[in-house]
Every structure is written in structure tokens, then in C-alpha cells.
Design a protein. Structure first.
Length: 454
């Protein structure tokens, strides 16, 4: 039995014929000469080389933020490659540019914005770069601040843009400390605060509602890095504090979301959206060879990137048509299953005395440590369990977390270093809920083997 969907190739063939009909009035051309034997031989070599990968598509891969694209996204993206549109100017991607604008509009409406400005990017890094670039234009000379658990890209991007940057300490749940933020704001040199809604290590959500309250006393621009967690605003079963953060997302100045994470898209598909569409004027530039075919907005006029794959827009548009971004819909239900899997997994870890669990997952990421006499030894055991799980085809991840996330006194663990290496699971596939018993069984087997050897 194949691990991969092969039946949809017939659907692709049918759609390709439909696409071909749209160009039937063109004079026929000779197909590019291709040696089918050599073509197949080379492609078989590619297939063999790609076997040297972790099984990212399988529920037993529960490590990093890797999730297979939905079949509709995969097919739509592939279909578009026969044209290979470029969404920089309408000259290169007329239909796909309009599809991008429609898809972005639907994402903006997800956050309650109806007149926003945005576009797709190659990923969250480029999307955050644009948001911070705009912030730097509007608050020249001021400082960018983000939590210590924010993605490292913010510090790096600030350096690239020549912007001053500072980290804000976190609380014991991996969320930005509002008290520490206020101390920084009181100095009067902060221009932009980056709130993280779904940190990479733990899925923690910064207390956005409290950060917004500070904005009433201190002037600053507020950017939400919701690259990982943005789609969770569709769920009704979040913890109260987490839900409050998503409820006030509409009040920030800019949002980054990565459809290539929970949005079921191929890499790379990120997006940035600005509440105030007038920031588009900051992108204004002259181009002597583009933007002449239409009076419509060319996406290159509101983005820093030039050439961009129109196929990414086609795939996103198709996915959102098939799976609308609405509460209680099929898309939201699949997202909810991953969160339920994380919640149940957390409960099992809490009930096992061999593990130390810091806090309940806010989204679908779970981290846990191994109990031992010292933090150093616990870190060694975590790495050993990680490797033993992999031998059993269960693929987890590792994360270095502050010891402050854990109550080490409760288990008499000596804090001989400031961070502890933890095991980490990203349960973002809907199938993870069905495979939870299997995942747990393999983890327990691997843990028993490692602890017996010590």
C-alpha cells in the first residue's frame, strides 16, 4: 500500500486538459524534445535521493513544524507550474495575482480587517522583515523589542535593517513579561513591540490584551508575529487567556501568518497584512519596464520581493475555496484535532512520574523534561530518549528551554545550568489524535530502555 496519494494524479490530468482549452486558439507548437527514458531515469534517482528524509507526512513524525500540504494545494500548485506565473507584475501573473488578492482579503477578514493591505511572501522571515521595515520607516531611530522566546529572526532582521533591538524577559509560561516590557517602554525609545502568538519552542501566546493596555500610556507600533498561531483564532476551545489574545488581534498594526504551517500550503507561503492600507505608499518605486499593462494594483508595488511564485497564490486560493476559514468548518475542525491531541498528550505526561511538564499547551506544541538528579543529566537523558524514539520510527524534536519554566524544587533536581534540554512534540496533523496511543506507547518503550541503561 502506498504511503502517498496517487489517485489524485488523474484529477490533475483532467484539470490540465481544462487549462489547455483556454489556449486552444494559439497556433500549435512542437513539444520540447525530451528523452523519456532519460527523464524517467533521472526522476527515479530523485525519488531515491528523497528517501533520505524523515517521514514528515506521517503521524509518527511529531517533531518540527512540518505538515504535508492538502491535496488541493499540491494539485493547484502543480497545475499552475505549466504556466509558471510570476506575481510581481500583472504582466507575469494576471489570474494568479487576482487570486492572491482574494486570498489575502480572506485572511485579513479572519482578523476582522476589511480594508487592509497585504501580500504573500516566501515565508515568515520575509514577512516579518517587511513588517519591521515598515515600522522602521514610521518610527525612525526607535527600538524594536520582542520577547526572549520570540523567533530569532526578529533580532537578525533588525540587524539587517540597521534597527536597534532589545529582548523582553518572559514569565514562567514562556510569554512576554508585561512588567518587563513596561520598564523598557518607560525609557521612551521603543518604537515597535513584537507580540508572538505561538512561539516556536513552546507555542506560548504573549498576553496581547495587556500589551494593548500599555499602548494607551506609551506610544508604540504593535506587530503580531502569528506565523505559527494565527489560524487558532478560529477555535472556540482555547484557554481563556489565550482566547483573549486572539480576540484583540484586530487592534494591532500588522500581522504575519504562515499558510505553509497550519494553512496546509507547500513551502514557501507566508504573508504579511497591514491594518492601515496607506503604508503601501512607503513601497513606492519607479520601474521602467513593469506596471504598464494595467491600471490595477500590481503586487510588486506593495512588496519588497520582486519575482514571486504565482503558483503559491493559486494553491492558497484553491485551498481556501475548498476549506473556508470559518469557525466550525472543516479547516477549523482539523486544527482543533491537533490541539486536542496536544492536550491529551500533556495529561499523559503529567501522570508519568518520569517526566516533568512545565505548563499546559496553549496551542498544539508540547514540551517536557526528564526527571533526574541534575539538569545536566536530565538533558542527557532527553537526548538519549530522542534518539531511542527515532529507532522506533517515532520522530520527536529537542528544545533548549529556561529552567525557570519548570518547578525543579518539586523533584529535587539540582539546577547546575540555566537551561534544560527538553523533548518537544508539534502535534499539528489532524491524524495525531488518532495516533496518540501509538505515539505514547513508543515514547514509553524508548524511555524505559534509556532509563534501564543508566
Amino acid at each position: 500500500m502506498s504511503q502517498f496519494d496517487l489517485q489524485s494524479l488523474g484529477i490533475l490530468s483532467s484539470a490540465l486538459k481544462r487549462l489547455d482549452e483556454g489556449f486552444s486558439d494559439l497556433p500549435p507548437i512542437s513539444a520540447n524534445p525530451v528523452d523519456d527514458i532519460e527523464l524517467e531515469r533521472t526522476l527515479q534517482q530523485v525519488a531515491e535521493r528523497l528517501q533520505d528524509n524523515y517521514p514528515y507526512f506521517h503521524p509518527l513524525y511529531a517533531g518540527q513544524m512540518l505538515k504535508p500540504p492538502h491535496p488541493i494545494a499540491r494539485l493547484a500548485y502543480t497545475l499552475a507550474l505549466w504556466l509558471n506565473p510570476n506575481n510581481h507584475a500583472l504582466d507575469g501573473g494576471r489570474a494568479s495575482s487576482r487570486m492572491e488578492k482574494e486570498a489575502i482579503s480572506e485572511i485579513a477578514q479572519l482578523f476582522g480587517w476589511t480594508t487592509a493591505l497585504g501580500h504573500l511572501c516566501s515565508g515568515g522571515t520575509m514577512a516579518n522583515l517587511e513588517a519591521l521595515w515598515i515600522a522602521g520607516q514610521l518610527t525612525a531611530g526607535a527600538k524594536i523589542v520582542a520577547s526572549q522566546q520570540a523567533h530569532y529572526t526578529h533580532r537578525r532582521i533588525s540587524g539587517v535593517l540597521g534597527l536597534r533591538y532589545a529582548s523582553v524577559p518572559c514569565d514562567s509560561r514562556g510569554r512576554m513579561s508585561v512588567e518587563s516590557l513596561e520598564q523598557l517602554l518607560s525609557a521612551g525609545d521603543v518604537g515597535t513591540v513584537v507580540a508572538t502568538l505561538g512561539s516556536t519552542a513552546t507555542g506560548s501566546v504573549d498576553p496581547l490584551q495587556k500589551i494593548l493596555q500599555l499602548r494607551e500610556r506609551y506610544p508604540f507600533r504593535l506587530h503580531a508575529d502569528a506565523a505559527y498561531g494565527g489560524y487558532f483564532c478560529l477555535l472556540d476551545d482555547l484557554a481563556p487567556e489565550t482566547a483573549e489574545a486572539f480576540e484583540v488581534l484586530s487592534e494591532v498594526d500588522s500581522i504575519v501568518l504562515d499558510p505553509h504551517k497550519h494553512g496546509l500550503q507547500p513551502y514557501g507561503c507566508g504573508c504579511v497584512v497591514f491594518r492601515d492600507a496607506s503604508v503601501g505608499s512607503l513601497y513606492q518605486h519607479d520601474s521602467p519596464y513593469t506596471y504598464f499593462t494595467s491600471e490595477e494594483l500590481h503586487l510588486g508595488e506593495i512588496s519588497l520581493e520582486c519575482s514571486r511564485p504565482g503558483a503559491a497564490a493559486v494553491a492558497l486560493w484553491a485551498t481556501q475555496k475548498l476549506l473556508p476559514l470559518v469557525r466550525g468548518g472543516t479547516f477549523a475542525e482539523a486544527l482543533s484535532r491537533g490541539r486536542e491531541a496536544a492536550s491529551r498528550f500533556h495529561q499523559r505526561l503529567q501522570g508519568d512520574e518520569r517526566f516533568l511538564v512545565p505548563f499546559e499547551p496553549e496551542l498544539d506544541i508540547v514540551v517536557w523534561a526528564v526527571r533526574s538528579a541534575t539538569v545536566t543529566r536530565a538533558s542527557e537523558l532527553a537526548r538519549n530518549i530522542f534518539e531511542e524514539c527515532a529507532r522506533r520510527q517515532l520522530h520527536l524534536a529537542l528544545a533548549e528551554c529556561p529552567c525557570d519554566f519548570f518547578d525543579l524544587n518539586s523533584c529535587s533536581m539540582l539546577r547546575d545550568r540555566s537551561t534544560i534540554l527538553c523533548l518537544r512534540s508539534v502535534l499539528m496533523k489532524p491524524d495525531h489524535l488518532d495516533w496518540l496511543d501509538r505515539i505514547w506507547s513508543l515514547l514509553i518503550e524508548a524511555t524505559a530502555v534509556v532509563l534501564r541503561a543508566t
